[in-house]
Design a protein around this ligand. Structure first.
Ligand code: NAP
Length: 472
């Protein structure tokens, strides 16, 4: 079926189309417009044209539009989950969870639209500041360029579109080439919800053409990007003075101390490592377990991992399915092989079953192996022994990345020490790093990115602070 871009409130075709294939079945599922320079120009112009309308819209009306998107998505929850399952090969159970979160993200955005405010500034605290009243306001920036990845095609789009509209901006959205259908679905809901024409525009096509034009066009005032570090860093280098928020990758880790209950921790770590085949930016990739518990941990972890079931992403039975494409699958297989060459033991998985890479557990992995020091973004976890939590903290910090980290311990002072020392954007005590709810501040340090998402925090990134001073 031929799809269309959504520009200025209209569905617009393009000269070129590309087939979209299901990662699981390999079958064609749609024909996707490939926007050229002219189409992207049109979308940016539409967004710029609508900027004044959005800027002047009262907060209660912006809130009501977002609330309606949230309600409409709730009514079509099953359809939304099926779109994700088919285009991203996300198991339907997991896809449903993503839609439930997306509904909440738009709801949070509706609520935050009403809470966007500045503060008064006591100017008379400075000599010479007397006799003045000062206050700040948060003004929308105008056109926001949103570039999104494949693995949370509804909710990571919501984390950009929700706050942008809540703050009175307009958006040109360029979704990942593998997951455009979720973005078209959102545009349909926005149209139905009565979002003003031009406030949300969806343009599909290659990152190098559509994405790059958003990065370079001076009318786009801010870029919000979630994706791989290489693309993110290149965007930042080309963005000039534009505001840039980057949510990039990680090789997230969890530390397991002595005296903890493995019965609860192991299923949680398995979920963190293999949900959506590890294609999650805060997926558990490295587990460091104190040596007293190490053997038991590995034995039980492997036994439980082997009960996970692979299958068609639309099947209720499937715990995991195919990775996003064959090239990525081959890359992960190469990395597993490299780890093996460097002395790692494959405890389970490491093989293909039909189109699916089995959940893979590696032990005795060298810190130099790519499965340890790079972001795997696949169904692979490493489990290595440590002498103490202190050693674990050093290993976690020995990384280019720093998104979130988890520490399981019953020792309060060790937990607080870890919270102080871990070089990450978020520390989880007694949980895995694979935890996110949609209003919490979320983002990384080092090569995991700059800026924060979580609706309220993203709105700060998407607004300009203006100061007003009234001399009495
Ligand atoms: P990706 O390859 O970097 O693509 C992300 C987006 O950037 C896509 O829309 C892509 O378009 C576009 N793009 C590619 N080249 C571009 C260019 N030269 N200029 C502008 N845009 C360009 O990432 P992905 O494979 O979809 O997603 C996986 C990555 O996202 C992982 O590294 C993961 O850790 C990271 N991630 C981070 C977070 C976080 O919040 N920190 C959350 C989720 C994911 P095409 O699809 O057309 O190439």
């Amino acid at each position: 079926m031929k799809k269309a871009c959504y520009i200025g409130g209209e569905w617009v075709g393009t000269a070129e189309y590309a087939p979209l294939y299901s990662p699981y079945s390999g079958q064609e599922i749609a024909q996707i417009p490939q926007a050229d320079h002219h189409t992207v120009q049109k979308a940016i112009a539409a967004a710029e044209g609508a900027a004044t309308v959005m800027r002047r819209l009262p907060a209660y009306q912006r809130a009501s539009l977002l609330e309606r998107i949230s309600i409409l998505m709730n009514e079509r929850l099953e359809e939304a989950a099926t779109i994700i399952a088919i285009e991203a090969a996300k198991p339907i159970k997991t896809a449903r969870g993503e839609v439930i979160r997306t509904i909440q993200t738009y709801k949070f955005a509706a609520e935050e639209a009403k809470r966007l405010h500045g503060e008064t500034v006591p100017l008379d605290a400075a000599i010479g500041g007397e006799g003045r009243i000062a206050y700040t306001v948060r003004e929308p920036l105008g056109v926001i360029g949103a570039i999104t990845p494949f693995h949370f095609p509804m909710n990571l789009v919501a984390h950009k579109v929700g706050p942008a509209l809540a703050a009175g901006n307009t958006v040109v959205l360029k979704p990942a080439s593998q997951t455009p259908l979720s973005a078209f679905f959102l545009a349909e809901l926005a149209e139905q919800a009565g979002v003003p024409a031009g406030a949300l525009n969806v343009v599909t096509g290659s990152g190098a053409i559509v994405g790059d034009q958003l990065v370079r066009d001076p009318r786009v005032r801010a870029l919000t990007f979630t994706g791989s570090p290489d693309v993110g860093i290149a965007i930042r280098n080309r963005a000039g003075l534009k505001r840039v928020t980057l949510e990039l990758g990680s090789n997230s880790a969890v530390i397991v101390d002595r005296d903890v209950q493995l019965g609860e921790i192991i299923p949680r770590c398995i979920f963190g490592a293999f949900a959506y085949s590890g294609q999650v930016c805060i997926s558990v990739q490295r587990i460091y377990v104190v040596k007293e518990l190490y053997e038991e941990f590995v034995r039980r972890f492997v036994a439980e991992t082997m009960t996970l079931r692979g299958g068609d992403s639309i099947s209720e039975e499937a715990d995991y399915s195919a990775m996003i494409n064959p090239e990525e699958t081959k890359r992960v297989l190469r990395w597993i092989e490299e780890a093996r060459q460097l002395g790692a033991r494959v405890e389970c998985g490491g093989q293909m079953a039909e189109r699916m890479l089995q959940p893979t557990v590696l032990t005795g992995v060298s810190a130099n192996a790519q499965v340890s020091c790079q972001e795997v973004f696949g169904p692979v976890v490493i489990i290595n022994p440590i002498d103490s939590v202190y050693e674990g903290i050093k290993l976690v910090n020995n990384s280019r990345y720093g998104l979130q980290a988890g520490v399981y311990t019953n020792n309060l002072s060790l937990a607080l020490h870890a919270a102080d020392e871990l070089q990450v954007g978020g520390v989880l005590i007694n949980d895995i790093p694979t935890f996110r709810v949609d209003h919490m501040p979320y983002g990384g340090v080092k090569e995991s990115g700059i800026g924060r998402e979580g609706v309220k925090y993203a709105m700060e990134e998407m607004t300009e602070l203006k100061l007003v001073i009234v001399k009495r």
